[in-house]
Design a protein around this ligand. Structure first.
Ligand SMILES: Nc1ncnc2c1ncn2[C@@H]1O[C@H](COP(=O)(O)OP(=O)(O)OP(=O)(O)O)[C@@H](O)[C@H]1O
Length: 356
């Protein structure tokens, strides 16, 4: 039988799919004659990998004793740009942005947020896409949904599939935002952000307005963000726009945690053939140029659109599908990338609603 130290060395050398590197000393192994108890402590959630990881550990240990694996997740709060005050009730804000409209930013945000929740994190979504708020529809909220207001002071975010959600659309009529100009939009969004009673979130995803204009820049300066994700399609023009997105975040010193390439291949619904109709590897060349990772690639898929339109995004509607698996993998990589930033927020004041 292997000793604890030998078992420990084996698990430490295992490669973490989410980082591409060996796990290292994040394990605790305690074995007796019948049982090997392994505890893995990570800075990001990875609940959906439990079964696969157990199988991997069993295979490398080749030991007849019973294996018990506990995965513990300790998500810390990461520094914000310029160390601006964080948001009460939220450990990390992740901005999801695109250089231009219609590339699937909202669809990606909702599926990523739901995937992160499935991995075991506490998650929220703020729909800041003021001119086309769609999170309410994507999550199946009835039209006219309004948040509760507690003590005349703060909004209680409605929840869908365990995710806390706030949207300007919950507070306005259909025509309101169109008439607003930039400063009103950013003012209103900051107000919603800080006056919502976010309940103990590990990650708050912000569905940013598309583009890289004044509104986006102001938000990127004011919202206390831990990291950003750029959604792009492989077409050249979208890539050009995505560059502006990356440059905007670089300018305000928000880490770009990765690029998600959406609608990257078309899967024929008759024969299952994959075709890169918008070209290949666009996201990868963008990521190389700016030294950021491609977190994953989503196919152009009828199921993604249909299930989004029906208010049940694919991650909850078809959790066993290959596509849902891609979102899960992206969510884990995103969490792992943020955790690897090693820039923990140290006892900073927070902004937001307080009870006094
Ligand atoms: N991978 C995909 N496969 C098929 N359809 C998709 C995919 N991603 C998004 N869509 C569809 O494309 C349309 C635009 O997506 P979405 O609203 O998410 O884009 P957006 O970038 O947020 O747009 P906007 O600029 O309006 O905010 C939607 O109808 C959505 O269902």
């Amino acid at each position: 039988m292997l000793t604890d130290a030998q078992l420990q060395a084996k698990v430490e050398a295992l490669i973490d799919d989410n980082t591409g590197q060996a796990y290292g000393p994040v394990w605790q192994v305690l074995a007796d004659n019948n049982r090997i108890h392994v505890t893995l402590t990570l800075g990001y959630p990875t609940q959906t990998q439990q079964v696969a990881l157990e199988a991997k550990i069993k295979a490398i240990m080749a030991d007849p004793r019973e294996l018990v694996l506990d995965i513990e997740c300790q998500i810390t709060s990461h520094a914000t740009q310029g160390n601006i005050a964080g948001l009460k009730g939220v450990k990390n804000i992740i901005a999801v942005a695109s250089g231009k409209g219609g590339v699937g930013k909202s669809t990606t945000t909702v599926n990523l947020a739901l995937a992160m929740a499935k991995e075991g994190a506490r998650v929220g979504i703020l729909d800041a896409d003021i001119y086309g708020p769609s999170q309410g529809m994507l999550l199946g909220f009835a039209e006219g949904t309004r948040p509760q207001v507690r003590e005349d002071k703060f909004f209680v975010p409605p929840t869908a599939f365990g995710v806390q959600v706030m949207s300007m659309a919950f507070l306005t009529t259909k025509d309101t935002p169109v008439a607003w100009r930039g400063p009103m939009v950013t003012g209103a969004l900051m107000q919603i952000l800080t006056q919502t009673d976010w309940n103990d979130l590990d990650y708050l995803f912000i569905d940013m307005p598309p583009g890289t204009g004044d509104i986006q820049l102001t938000l990127a300066q004011k919202v206390p963000v831990a990291g950003s994700v750029i959604v792009t399609t492989p077409q050249d023009i979208a890539l050009l726009d995505a560059r502006r997105g990356i440059e905007m975040f670089n300018k305000v010193k928000i880490p770009v945690l990765g690029v998600v390439e959406n609608m990257s291949t078309h899967i024929c619904s008759n024969c299952g053939h994959h075709e890169a109709i918008f070209g290949d590897e666009g996201g990868a060349s963008l990521a190389n140029e700016y030294n950021v990772n491609v977190l994953g690639k989503l196919p152009l898929s009828l199921a993604i659109r249909e299930q989004s339109d029906a208010g049940r995004p694919i991650v909850v509607n078809a959790p066993e599908s290959d596509t849902a698996g891609i979102y899960q993998s992206i969510a884990r990589k995103l969490g792992a990338t943020l955790a690897s930033q090693q820039n923990e927020q140290i006892a900073m004041p927070t902004i937001g609603m307080s009870d006094d």
